[in-house]
Design a protein around this ligand. Sequence first.
Ligand SMILES: *Cc1c(COP(=O)(O)O)cnc(C)c1O
Length: 474
Amino acid sequence: MSASGTRAAAADIPSLDALLRAPALAAALATHGRGEVTSLLRARLAALREQALAGALARDALDKEVIARELSNVLAQRDTPRLRAVFNLTGTVLHTNLGRSPLPEVAVEAVLQAMRAPVNLEFDLATGKRGDRDDVVAALLCELTGAEAATIVNNNAAAVLLLLNTLAQKRDCLVSRGELVEIGGSFRIPDVMRSAGARLVEVGTTNRTHANDYADAIGQRSALLMKVHTSNYAISGFTHAVALDELVAIGRERELPVAVDLGSGSLADLARFGLRGEPTVSDAIAAGADLVTFSGDKLLGGPQAGIVVGRADLIAKLKKNPLRRALRVDKLTLAALEAVLRLYRTPEFLADRLASLRLLTRPAAAIAAQAARLSPAVQAAVGARFTVSAVTLASQVGSGALPVDTLPSHGLALRAAMQRGAGLARLEADLRGLPRPVLGRSADKTLWLDLRCLEEADEAAFVAQLDALRTPVR
Ligand SMILES: *Cc1c(COP(=O)(O)O)cnc(C)c1O
């Protein structure tokens, strides 16, 4: 057989020592060290031995250069970070699975600085005494919301947990049946109540709750009246909800605090940017809410955090709860949050400077022009097996904010030229396999790439890596 000349035996396999001394492996050893390289080489040699015993070992595979190249491929793959930047072309701007809000550059710089050097996180530079980490942002939050005090925890779920545990443990918290929200990722108001040790008293009905429903439900054990913003759904039709100022009036009369979980909690009136309908934190404070909780990384456009603002005496109670120590944020979060909050002092520049708002307010005409521009490049990259067309789309804000409204957008529709569904799934996998993975939305045998979140500064990088689709590796 002519092939037998190219087959090798187990005895021909180079020794581990010989390989470790080979110049071809010097670079791998210098970067990854002896331990890692040795263990990978051992595994490779064992595999070669098995092939030899099966009579299937090609002589070429024993070349030290070949072994070295294979080794560096394995090492490179192991070194690819698990957490990577992606292109979010899903059409959902604040996508929880993709890390929600991108941070503005000023926040990125503040985080870098806080990472590199010690910072006065809990140190008061004016007095030289121990400080409180909430002070990094508390004054700014009070200025922006009109509240008396503020505290920061890890996310809004934590803020609600802390609030309930502090003010309503072993007592009753009244919530309308129309507001027993479930947020994605198993945050359900009734479950959080239970975890916090508070007893939920449901008030009214799913579609209609009236002021006297609250008044009638108040009893000896009542500790708190709570309003939850129905972030991710809308109840329409024959409905009635009790307005916050009405609830505040009941709370004042019965001497019970009123808390509002705003969810997204915008700090600026987004109507000026064409995004209507989200209540602002200042509105809730002005209406008399005693405490308001909201997320840092939803409409606010900052890092993951849970913010509680409101009455100074109640915030002080929250801060004394041992749970707060477990839920506190680190210096990186506070650095980013401070930088983002500062941007809100000049709302007229917000749509430019706040990364998330810039995406949410991108003019549809600019996205349409981009779709027209990119369509030929994407068509060329995917080849004749798919048709690419520029289309009109509707983006979503995401994270449960403004669930009913969509944002007029544009993008690309990719369809298999022949009726075979698997082709599209493979294309999606290839796009996910790019150096900066491209994520779209697939529905109706079409892959939709919404271009709202592809900022023009990133466009060249997006196009450049598409070349890799022409020669898929598999
Ligand atoms: C999103 C949301 C939460 C949870 O906030 P996280 O910051 O994601 O923990 C809680 N309540 C409401 C009403 C929400 O919309």
